[in-house]
Design a protein around this ligand. Sequence first.
Ligand code: SAM
Length: 281
Amino acid sequence: MSQAITETLYTQWGQTFTVDRVLFEHQTAHQHLVIFENQQWGTVMVLDGVVQTTERDEFIYHEMMTHVPLLSHPKPQKVLIVGGGDGGILREVLKHPGIETVTQVEIDQAVIDMCRQHLPNHSQGAFADPRVKVVIGDGVDFVAECTEQFDVIISDSTDPIGPGESLFTSRFYQGVAKCLTEDGIFVAQNGVSFMQLDEVTTTHRRLTPHFQDVTFYSAAVPTYVGGIMTFAWAAHNPALRQAELDPQRLHTLTTRYHNAGIHRAAFALPQYILDQLEVDS
Ligand code: SAM
């Protein structure tokens, strides 16, 4: 392993990390997985050349992908996580009172195993919680075959290259729509909009036939380079997104990024996104 890793998400431009120590590197059955130490960002995980998570800034992404849908739902009890092998989403979901079960469908057991070992602060023991059921498989097949319904579904996938591609398809979104209760909410990582605007418009076009309320929200995640990170939002009930946040539920959460103001402001989108969604609709 060289003493530096340059992200390969974009061919003409990318961020480079110095590699202080490699903790794990392996070509799994699904993707190339490397976990290494970097003085600036702590322990970093990269899958197929794309930065997935770093110890230093993971809280921003995991809080926004979890607390925005869960606090918007009147009473979240059953949650489905697709992907999320590092355990950060699972850790945040379990902070919410009233959660009865969390099902996590992750395609690559090695990611869970290596993150539990080398990024223990991500899951913080969450995988051992008796309410958690881990299923190793492709999320698109799980939702297609699943007969259960969930209050919140969170797709914490890689980018739409390699195994993650199936989680950006109409087939996946159709399965998600079937597996959500009537007050159910779906959110998904949807890339850095300035660099991957086509991902936003494609997701919008593919979600719209299955949900009444489809939009995006955002957060600035330093190591998802190129500007704001967008999250897809889809719900059958359009009222949920405008619902007043319960101060008591907000108060029970210890956060470092999410708060009521950020929650509301996150849904304000730059004009270039709104214009493109307009053109595309
Ligand atoms: N926060 C990261 C991001 O925004 O790019 C994602 C982190 S998480 C590590 C991504 C996870 O999605 C990985 O563990 C990967 O194995 C999993 N994954 C990719 N494709 C999948 C699929 N089709 N079904 C289930 N899990 C999948």
